[in-house]
Design a protein around this ligand. Structure first.
Ligand code: RP5
Length: 167
């Protein structure tokens, strides 16, 4: 069977971001959402990044998840070249532990929004859940998988509560 066309594009500024951004990929796998992963840089390969963002919608991609560290301009550059929703993940490498990437990702000028997630692995996970929520507006299977996911979280919290209460 041919592979389904990717609905989500995960892009990162460097292969050193993979440890963080792999969290997004794992979540999309759980939701059975087809995605593609690539490395491109707003600074080191700007033309590649611009072309990818410009062509993503035509290829059927619906959401972009962009992770970068340091002076993290990747999500912003992507957003400048597409009307697709762009979710930004500030990666917490570098001497400033992601604060630099957070500011660079979140402080977009009016007119070019980037939906900025939390710093690091938690943010990458949330970006994938957020992408599922966007896709779930039209896809009933994804919407019901999200409901099941929330129920599972409640069960997990109750389990933790019981464990703590026993102590
Ligand atoms: C950013 O610079 C990348 O997203 C990465 O987080 C950081 C460092 O890149 P490398 O020097 O590890 O390739 O653009």
């Amino acid at each position: 069977m041919p592979e389904a066309a990717p609905l989500v594009g995960i892009v990162m500024g460097s292969d050193s971001d993979l440890d963080v951004m792999a969290r997004a990929a794992r979540v999309l796998e759980q939701f059975d959402i087809p995605f593609e992963v690539s490395v491109m840089s707003a600074h080191r390969s700007p033309q590649l990044a611009a072309t990818y963002a410009t062509e993503a919608a035509e290829r059927g991609v619906k959401v972009l998840i962009c992770g970068a560290g340091r002076a993290a301009h990747l999500a912003g550059v992507m957003a400048a070249h597409t009307t697709l929703p762009v979710l930004g993940v500030p990666v917490d490498g570098g001497p400033l532990a992601g604060v630099d990437a957070l500011y660079a990702t979140v402080q977009m000028p009016p007119g070019i929004p980037v939906a900025t997630m939390a710093v690091g692995k938690g943010g990458a996970k949330n970006a994938a859940i957020f992408a599922a929520q966007i896709l779930g507006l039209k896809d009933k299977k994804i919407a019901s998988a999200l409901k099941a996911f929330k129920k599972k979280m409640v069960a997990g919290v109750l389990k933790k509560a019981k464990k703590v209460e026993k102590k």
